[in-house]
Design a protein around this ligand. Sequence first.
Ligand code: GLU
Length: 500
Amino acid sequence: MRFAPSPTGPLHIGGVRTALYNFLFARHYGGTFILRIEDTDQARLVEGAEEYIMDALAWAGMKVDEGVREGGPFAPYRQSDRYEIYHRYADELIAKGDAYYAFDSPEELDKLRHDYESRGETFNYGCATRMNMCNSLTLAPEEVTGRLASGEHFVVRYRMPDNEDIHFTDLIRGEIVVNSPTLDDKVLYKSDGMPTYHLANIVDDHLMEITHVIRGEEWLPSLPLHVMLYRSFGWDAPLFAHLPLLLKPTGKGKLSKRDGDKMGFPVFPLYWPYGETASGYREEGYFPEAFVNMLALLGWNPGTEQEIFSMDELIEAFSIDRVGKSGSRFDPDKAKWFNTRYFHMKSDDELVALFMPVVNEKGFNPAPETLKRIISMVKERAGFVKDLWHEADFFFVAPENYDQEVVRKRWNGDSPRQMRELLDVVAGAEPFTSENLEKTVKEWIAGSPYNTGTILNLFRLLMVGASRGPHLFDIVELTGRDETLRRLETGINRLTASAS
Ligand code: GLU
């Protein structure tokens, strides 16, 4: 199996899915997963894209067996390092009569296209027109030799059969028949020594002993040409599976690179810092396992209700015949759902290891045991490691302001006095544990004219700044006596001042 991206920009999640299905298929059958960089279209190369592709696969846990970084028996794995190989295959097709030299200039071709268009027709360089063009089928042999010898620019075109039904099979779509006159004579090779995608792709798949090609649906129109090329060379073609498109969350149209940040979710696995910058799943805090699980189910279904799959389970369960024929709608909420599921599958110790750097970054260095307690209290409300900070910030930082709605509802003329009394109670509570604090505070309330709800809500407001957070007395214990007293004091002063 191979994944054969062109480094023309960051890989979008559709590309990662293609890579994933190749990877799962290869692992399922004990095959090899090759990463081949198809960079024959030098004009479209984008700096950083090749590295990005490799990093994205590594992040997603798809270990490449053979590739540019890994090497392997069919090296090199970058097409621009293989240019001398393609030349002789172009020559072979010409010798067989299945390809020919064409000397028509780009200007002449443009003019023809334009003339056809103005008549409402489309120009097709193929069986209907090739005998009127400037090529080795129409020129005398010595003229062709002369032009080649003088270094004139040429292209090599594949000679499609004049009238033949080309039959081929796609593992997802079944039997397909295309009548050859509807296809044009595609360019395979250019006089600057560059093969086009079609020639390089077929030659390399053959030389690299690829048995199955899984790729995006956009390549299906190229399949008849590819099948013909295999036939011309006398090679066995691999089996092909063309994956249906990923659709926008609305279900209308193909998910495009531009949709992501516009629609509020990443379309790239990793942040892309070049050119038009764009967010990535990694930087948004997705676990690679969750990302891969989500992608695997966008187009493939296991035939059961199971939704959570580890990579090993995916490898075990994956099969091409369970890949659907129709496009799969990408659902950003489902992506979050997957991450939340994986988040909750992590142990508290794992979460400590993931969350500690975030807390350190904020300037705090709690004992791992303390952080573990905090995490165990707030994790129910989180689906991402980064959510933990939002759920737990008040364990580290005193409120800077107070939720105005809560203040309006709960803070009144009696509050300062109530909170001062509470402050004295908390100051004297011994031991300073959640349980004992709760008991002491509640006993004091019971012996006072105050309402439990009122006191506890105000207490929380001064500790947290809002009405959120886990069990109040756990917060108080972990915050510690000094800081708790400080927050009560500050809160009373600030709210009294702002109320007067
Ligand atoms: N280089 C092509 C791409 O960028 C590969 C198509 C194929 O897998 O044959 O998608």
